[in-house]
Design a protein around this ligand. Structure first.
Ligand code: UDP
Ligand code: MG
Length: 310
């Protein structure tokens, strides 16, 4: 049995040496073979230098280095495309997901005979109130919108076996929302509950823009409901417009003295209609943008260097 540990890294110079030590310590207690695939996602600090040094001294360390920053989801995809084990664990570099959970997830995989063990956060330390609330809200909105049920409070920290990795290799889509794809695949999946720790050092590498992008990839990649909402909003507007017209006609006939040539109502309608139109065009734009990206057919990531990898 061989396990690949997948670790995406973007400007993680402050944590890498410590993370490596923790991984090695934890894995020294298991009897199976393992390797660590670090992906340098276009870092501009010393991440690549540190990874090179680790790989030089330990041949269980392999490195994939991107030509620029392609994002966390693409970093994980690249590593999955380069696995050679019977299973792989996807884990963050910052020790928020404790490496000590890895052997437990492997054990669950082996005892239950499942294909995926997904880690569910029982608690999260060191996150801002805003992040916790938006994350909670997001996972629940995604479920309400999507035709599939996704486990809530679950990130990308998970174990996937060879069958899942091989299936994943057949997915040609460009904007991958990994946690969504893995649940969508089916197979036998088991949860593993754990407590998420604080980041060991440094700051989050998920900027607000990156988080909003990931959220949009999730919603617009797994649900057609926003399109339906646009239609419903349109119908609602037409309905209100009709009521308003009827009311105006009645007012004209029965209480003509009450008619004020008011501009406020006009402005209100113009604003409302304008807003709804922009909103629906925006939704259409998201889907068209997705189609545009898929048809360009560009690679999801560009690898500049590989160390200890075929
Ligand atoms: N990461 C990456 N590319 C990016 C952003 C993040 O490879 O563009 C990596 C990062 O180095 C870390 C993991 O993805 O190992 C999760 O990021 P982070 O811990 O910053 O996110 P958070 O836990 O704050 O949501
Ligand atoms: Mg983190």
């Amino acid at each position: 049995m061989k396990l690949n540990i997948i670790i995406p890294c973007f400007n993680e110079e402050e944590v890498l040496e410590e993370s490596y030590k923790r991984f090695v310590t934890v894995m020294s207690k298991v009897s199976y073979d393992y390797s660590m695939i670090f992906v340098n996602d276009g870092s501009h600090d010393k991440t690549l230098d540190i990874l090179k040094k680790l790989a030089e001294n330990d041949n269980r360390v392999s490195v994939i280095s991107f030509s620029r920053n392609f994002g966390h989801q693409n970093a994980v995809s690249a590593a999955l495309h380069h696995t050679d084990g019977d299973a792989a664990v996807i884990i963050d570099a910052d020790l928020q997901d404790p490496p000590e959970e890895i052997p437990k997830m492997v054990e669950k995989w082996q005892t239950t005979g499942c294909n995926i063990v997904y880690a569910v956060r029982e608690s999260r330390k060191g996150e801002s109130f805003l992040k916790l609330m938006t994350a909670k809200l997001y996972y629940r909105t995604l479920n309400a919108f999507s035709e599939y049920a996704f486990p809530v409070d679950t990130g990308d920290f998970r174990l996937v076996d060879r069958a899942v990795i091989d299936t994943f290799a057949r997915f040609p889509e460009k904007h991958k929302y990994l946690r969504g794809l893995f649940s969508w695949m089916g197979f036998h999946q088991e949860p593993h509950y754990y407590k998420r720790e604080e980041r060991f050092a440094g700051n989050t590498k998920y900027s607000l823009a990156k988080m909003v992008h990931l959220a949009a990839v999730g919603i617009f990649g797994f649900s057609k409901k926003p399109l339906k909402i646009a239609i419903s909003l349109g119908i609602l507007c037409i309905f209100f417009a009709i009521i308003l017209i009827i009311w105006m006609i009645c007012l004209n006939i029965f209480r003509p003295e009450q008619i004020v040539p008011g501009w406020s109502s006009t402005i209100f309608i113009v604003l409302l209609m304008g807003g709804i139109q922009l909103f629906t065009i925006g939704i259409l734009g998201e889907y068209i943008g997705n189609i545009f990206d898929e048809t360009k057919n560009r690679p999801e990531y560009i690898i500049k260097d590989k160390i200890n990898l075929k």
